[in-house]
Design a protein around this ligand. Structure first.
Ligand SMILES: Cc1cc2nc3c(=O)[nH]c(=O)nc-3n(C[C@H](O)[C@H](O)[C@H](O)COP(=O)(O)OP(=O)(O)OC[C@H]3O[C@@H](n4cnc5c(N)ncnc54)[C@H](O)[C@@H]3O)c2cc1C
Length: 415
């Protein structure tokens, strides 16, 4: 395999296979690190002009994620986070409804991203490079960027998230489908949490279950990945049904009347929606959970979508992570699935007779897995949907809404 590179007029040749990875977040970095380990040259192109660090919230980790991170080059000493031992579901009046022992390490997106970014290094990671088009040729493929530059490669990996440009080019019929509810998310500094709430809730993976809704909370590492008591953060997500036509559209419309499509930047969420959220918290949530919502300066909104692809390999182009599949968050699989996709991609390409054959093997392994995870997450979240359209959804809503089911099934290792 040959690799050629044209950029701003530059042209070089080498016999080392070259992958251009679109998207420099966790999926892109994992793919880059693992492809380097099998001898590829890698160039990562990230649209954002500024570093991605400092923006994420909490991540529930699974053993499979750590094993994938170790394969990419992290070490056991970097396994770091806040350890949670118990899951507890609470009623709206604060009574305990169900409890389960389940040990898990809670970390933050920023911590994982920071470790991978440092391991990858500064070379061949380009900010402000937004993919605009892909041109296939016999034996190679070219990525064209918005700034007019181009990179020639043996393989293009679309690790560009659930609004993927690579997917839009390769598989335009696959689009995110709104699930019928949103997640309101927030992070609270541990020291700002009222002492009584802290004592009852902070150390737990806590669940509060108003009818048709769900709020989860767990502790995560604080600034600079601090795990010391007093320096951590409380992280929460409150899932609420919102119908698509008017409710969601209104939430995604800013104070100037501009509608923001799939998601709205946090600073543009209208103050009236945050006021309403706080009022509802006092009415609907157990007092300790309401306290967290009240304490958050700026809760932000995540509409929940399902995204399932039927193919993730197209000649010399592969999709990975959220670009390929996005499951509702209840399975806690986003980062883990992206990491396992990267492991599978490198394994399939290692020793393959051609890039195309390697990608076919990758497609055969990961498409059924991605579809299975998306379906599982649909079932777990069905009871929060504004509308239950099918008998399958109604049955899933019945099966997965009890406090015992919710604490036993949410974000467990067996996704
Ligand atoms: C800043 C940030 C913070 C996050 N925080 C959390 C969190 O707290 N909790 C959580 O569960 N998940 C979080 N996520 C999402 C999480 O990373 C993913 O769900 C999961 O890890 C899969 O990652 P991914 O790399 O496939 O996609 P993503 O993490 O979505 O990354 C896709 C990347 O592709 C880039 N991109 C998009 N289009 C183009 C283009 N045309 N050209 C070049 N680059 C492009 C985007 O800027 C982005 O950096 C965050 C993502 C980002 C980018």
């Amino acid at each position: 395999m040959t690799a050629r590179r044209y950029k701003h007029g530059m042209h070089t040749c080498s016999t080392t296979p070259h992958a251009v990875i679109i998207g420099g977040s966790i999926g892109g970095l994992m793919a880059g690190l693992l492809l380097r380990r099998i001898g590829w040259r890698v160039t990562i192109c990230e649209r954002s002009a500024v570093p991605l660090s400092g923006r994420g919230a909490g991540i529930v980790t699974h053993e499979a994620l750590w094993q994938a991170l170790f394969q990419a080059g992290l070490t056991e000493a970097q396994r770091h986070g806040v350890v949670v031992h118990d899951r507890v579901a609470f009623a709206q009046d604060g009574r305990e409804l169900a409890r389960m022992r389940y040990r898990q390490i809670m970390t933050s997106w920023d911590h994982l991203f920071g470790m991978l970014r440092a391991l990858y290094g500064t070379a061949d990671y380009h900010l402000g490079q937004e993919l605009a088009g892909i041109v296939p040729h016999a034996g190679h493929v070219t990525a064209r960027f918005v700034d007019g530059s181009a990179l020639d490669a043996d393989l293009i990996v679309g690790a560009d998230g659930f609004r993927s440009t690579v997917r839009a080019l390769a598989s335009p019929n696959i689009r995110p489908v709104y699930a019928g509810y949103v997640g309101w998310r927030g992070m609270v500094e541990e020291r700002q949490i009222a002492p009584a709430t802290h004592e009852r809730l902070f150390a737990l993976f806590g669940f509060c279950l108003p009818p048709g809704e769900q709020m989860i909370t767990y502790p995560v590492v604080g600034e600079l990945h601090d795990t010391r008591p007093g320096h951590r953060r409380g992280n929460y997500v409150w899932y609420r049904p919102v119908e698509a036509e008017h409710g969601l559209r209104d939430l995604l419309t800013d104070a100037r009347g501009a509608y923001h499509g799939l998601s709205i930047p946090p600073p543009l969420i209208r103050a009236s929606h945050i006021d309403a959220l706080r009022r509802d918290a006092a009415l609907l949530l157990a007092p300790d959970f309401a306290d967290l919502v009240m304490t958050t300066q700026a809760p932000f909104l995540q509409p929940i979508y399902d995204l399932a692809s039927d193919r993730i390999a197209f000649g010399r182009v592969a999709l990975l992570g959220d670009a390929a599949f996005q499951a509702r968050p209840h399975v806690g699989a986003g980062v883990t699935k992206a990491a396992l996709d990267a492991v599978a991609l490198a394994r399939a390409l290692h020793g393959a007779i051609s890039v195309e054959a390697g990608l076919e093997a990758y497609n055969a392994e990961r498409v059924p897995e991605g579809q299975r995870i998306v379906q599982r997450a649909r079932h777990l979240g069905a009871y929060m949907q504004a509308h239950l359209a099918t008998e399958e959804e109604r049955e899933a809503a019945r099966q997965h809404h009890s406090p015992e089911a919710v604490i036993a099934e949410t974000a467990v290792a067996d996704i």
